[in-house]
Each structure stands twice: as C-alpha cells, then as structure tokens.
Write a protein that binds this ligand. Structure first.
Ligand SMILES: *[C@@H]1O[C@H](CO)[C@@H](O)[C@H](O)[C@H]1NC(C)=O
Ligand SMILES: *[C@@H]1O[C@H](CO)[C@@H](O)[C@H](O)[C@H]1NC(C)=O
Ligand SMILES: *[C@@H]1O[C@H](CO)[C@@H](O)[C@H](O)[C@H]1NC(C)=O
Ligand SMILES: *[C@@H]1O[C@H](CO)[C@@H](O)[C@H](O)[C@H]1NC(C)=O
Ligand SMILES: *[C@@H]1O[C@H](CO)[C@@H](O)[C@H](O)[C@H]1NC(C)=O
Ligand SMILES: *[C@@H]1O[C@H](CO)[C@@H](O)[C@H](O)[C@H]1NC(C)=O
Ligand SMILES: *[C@@H]1O[C@H](CO)[C@@H](O)[C@H](O)[C@H]1NC(C)=O
Ligand SMILES: *[C@@H]1O[C@H](CO)[C@@H](O)[C@H](O)[C@H]1NC(C)=O
Length: 196
C-alpha cells in the first residue's frame, strides 16, 4: 500500500488494496487500451468539460451500484476517495479534455480539490485513492468513450473496500496493477462519469 502518511493511518484488514471526470476525450489514440473495458451504459455524447459525478459500479454485475465518489476527510488537507449515496456525490471536472496526459480530475470550483493517485510500484502495487484540498490532481485522468474514468499513466483497475478510516467505517476506493489480486473483502468496480 502506498500512502502519503503512515500506513497505520488505516485500520488493518486490507492486505492490499479507484476515480473520475466527464469530458469526453477527443483524441482516441491517446485513450486506446487504457481501460478495464466492460460494456456499460453509455452517457450522452456531449460531455466535453461538463461537470460530472462518479458512480462505482460492480465490475461483474452492471445492476449493482456501490455508491458515488465522495471526499472523506482524513487529515490536514487530505481526504480519501470513498463511496456515499448519490445525493452526497462530489462534482468534478477534467482540467484538459484534449490531452489526457495533461489532464487531472478536480472537484469543487472555488476551492479545488485534486484527485491524487501515486504511481504504483512493485512493493506498493495497490493504493487508496486520495483527494487533496488546494492541490492539483494527478495528471493522466480521463473519461473514455464509454464514460469510464481511467488513468492513462499506468494501467490500473479500481476496487472498493469496506474498512475503517480515520473517522470510522467507510467504503474506500483503491487502485491496483492489473496483475494484482483484489483483496477478498473488496469488490472490483468500474468508475463511471455521469453528467450532472
Ligand atoms: C493523440 O495522442 C497521441 C498519443 O498521445 C499523440 O501521439 C497524437 O499526436 C495525438 N493526436 C492529436 C491530433 O492530438
Ligand atoms: C489496443 O489493443 C488492441 C487489441 O489488443 C491492439 O490490436 C491494438 O494494437 C492496441 N492499440 C494500441 C494503441 O496499443
Ligand atoms: C459490448 O458492446 C459491443 C457493441 O454493442 C458488442 O459488440 C460486444 O459484444 C459487447 N461485449 C460484451 C462483453 O458484452
Ligand atoms: C495543461 O492544462 C492546462 C489547464 O489545466 C493548460 O493551461 C496548459 O496549457 C496545458 N498544457 C499542455 C502542455 O497542454
Ligand atoms: C459494504 O458493506 C455494505 C453493507 O453491508 C454492502 O452493501 C456493500 O456491498 C459493501 N461494499 C463493499 C465494497 O464490500
Ligand atoms: C505486474 O504488472 C506491473 C505493471 O504492468 C509490472 O511492472 C510487473 O512486473 C508485473 N508483475 C508481475 C509479477 O507480473
Ligand atoms: C503486490 O504486492 C504484494 C505485497 O507486497 C506482493 O505480495 C505481491 O506479490 C505483489 N504482486 C505483484 C503482481 O507484484
Ligand atoms: C462478482 O464479484 C463479487 C465481488 O468481488 C464476487 O463476490 C462474486 O463472486 C463475483 N461473481 C462472479 C460471477 O464472478
């Protein structure tokens, strides 16, 4: 696991342990082969730059929605990306809809909160997804033609885990290398951008 703070910040129980925007990518070359492509309901086509919320759908069952992305307060300016009911969803947008490698996912408007993913490494091959107040998000975030949130920088798969966080139980969003096994108490998900 890869945290910006001690691992003890998270309750144990996860042996290893996902994210979002709505602009549609115009450069399909750049977004090719980056997604955990599973068919999903396609949002309308006019999503460029539009604000969106992010729904976590169970990967192997399109009828199951586990929640919508929320910024769960953790410490200082740091938040974990978690799942909550739709009416608590945070609204995000992509900072660059034409160039995924320059694009980050940012929530809020006046006080932006960047969606942050640390690069995965052999000894930290999965990580919880974070959100930082007043910071830019990690570059490479995109929404592909299927409306699915993906990270162009590394091929990752998202999963969600019920666990204890700083201030109690929550369903956290994680990401892992494709060849890493999802922990037994967690569920693989697709992150789907829905226009608001
Ligand atoms: C599309 O993206 C690819 C890969 O990043 C890049 O090589 C190419 O120049 C881009 N095409 C356009 C029209 O921006
Ligand atoms: C994407 O994947 C397909 C099928 O595996 C492959 O034929 C194609 O060359 C890949 N495209 C890129 C840009 O890697
Ligand atoms: C996904 O959708 C495409 C186009 O509708 C279809 O051809 C393909 O069979 C579908 N794949 C799966 C796994 O359902
Ligand atoms: C990257 O995106 C920012 C907007 O977030 C834009 O101002 C900048 O020109 C872009 N840089 C490149 C190299 O496309
Ligand atoms: C978390 O727990 C709730 C309530 O038991 C359950 O409905 C949900 O599917 C669980 N989510 C995950 C990711 O395990
Ligand atoms: C798992 O995937 C990562 C990223 O693609 C790669 O760097 C690593 O070597 C792979 N590990 C194994 C054991 O296959
Ligand atoms: C991922 O990391 C865990 C813990 O360090 C390790 O046991 C596992 O072999 C790694 N998997 C891959 C595919 O690198
Ligand atoms: C679908 O995923 C859930 C959660 O990871 C798992 O419990 C279930 O066995 C999977 N079902 C199938 C048919 O693979």
């Amino acid at each position: 696991m890869y945290f910006s703070r001690p691992i003890t910040a998270l309750a144990a129980g996860i042996s290893s342990v996902c994210a979002a925007v709505l602009p549609r990518q115009m450069n399909t070359t750049a977004v090719a082969n980056t997604t955990t492509s599973t068919n999903t309901t396609l949002p309308p086509l006019s999503l460029d730059s539009d604000p969106f919320i992010i729904r976590a759908r169970q990967l192997n069952d399109s009828s199951v929605t586990l929640g919508y992305m929320y910024a769960e307060y953790a410490y200082g300016a740091g938040y974990y990306a978690t799942l909550r009911p739709k009416d608590e969803a945070i609204v995000g947008h992509l900072t660059d809809t034409t160039n995924p490698s320059n694009s980050s996912l940012v929530f809020g408007d006046e006080y932006p909160q960047g969606f942050v993913l640390y690069p995965l490494l052999s000894y930290a091959n999965s990580s919880i997804a974070q959100i930082y107040s007043g910071q830019e998000g990690t570059k490479g975030l995109l929404v592909n033609e299927g409306g699915i949130v993906d990270w162009a920088t590394q091929r990752v798969s998202w999963f969600a885990c019920n666990q204890s966080l700083e201030y109690g139980p929550a369903t956290a969003i994680w990401y892992r290398w494709m060849n890493v096994t999802t922990p037994r108490n967690c569920v693989d998900v697709l992150l789907i951008a829905e226009p608001v």
